[in-house]
Design a protein around this ligand. Structure first.
Ligand code: SME
Length: 151
């Protein structure tokens, strides 16, 4: 299955210590966007020091205006506070949602923990309605765990 095929590729990209952490994260974004048909935008946001905001670090997909997201705002800002996965089958049904593109139909945001602390997240936008399953959640949790190892 696709996710099982991608796991060793993710490990391989992240283990390349000759490459900067930012470039490795960029390669993971590129890989996931390229290989998973319904992943149309893939990005990593991280907490900005002691400030109550997220900063976009790397992404694959269309340029977004939302490079800084205050805690509590949008799906991403809510995950910064809740520490829980947030799967959105239909973004139009969400009141607290920040739209990046009119093409986006659904979103999944998975928090990234380092030493038990929620320090960021992976965010996927999809142009397909309701495409995400528990397999996506498990896979993206795996990706975040692997990323945490190199931070
Ligand atoms: N839709 C997100 C904002 C980030 S973009 O998807 C790139 C949100 O509501 O937090």
């Amino acid at each position: 299955m696709l996710f099982e095929t991608l796991k060793p590729l993710v490990i391989n990209l992240l283990s390349d210590s000759q490459t900067s952490v930012t470039d490795r994260l960029q390669q993971v974004c590129d890989l996931l966007k390229e290989r998973i048909a319904y992943y149309d935008w893939v990005g990593f946001y991280f907490k900005n020091g002691d400030k109550k905001e997220l900063i976009l670090k790397t992404y694959a997909g269309d340029t977004t205006d939302h490079t800084v997201i205050p805690f509590g705002k949008g799906i991403c800002g809510q995950v910064a506070l809740s520490n829980e996965n947030f799967v959105v089958p239909d973004v139009q049904a969400q009141d607290n949602y920040i739209s990046c593109s009119i093409n986006v139909k659904s979103e999944i945001v998975i928090p990234l923990f380092k030493d038990g602390e929620n320090i960021g997240q992976i965010d996927i936008d999809s142009n397909t309605p309701d495409p995400f399953s528990e397999d996506d959640e498990r896979f993206l949790e795996f990706v975040n765990q692997e990323v945490a190892r190199i931070l």
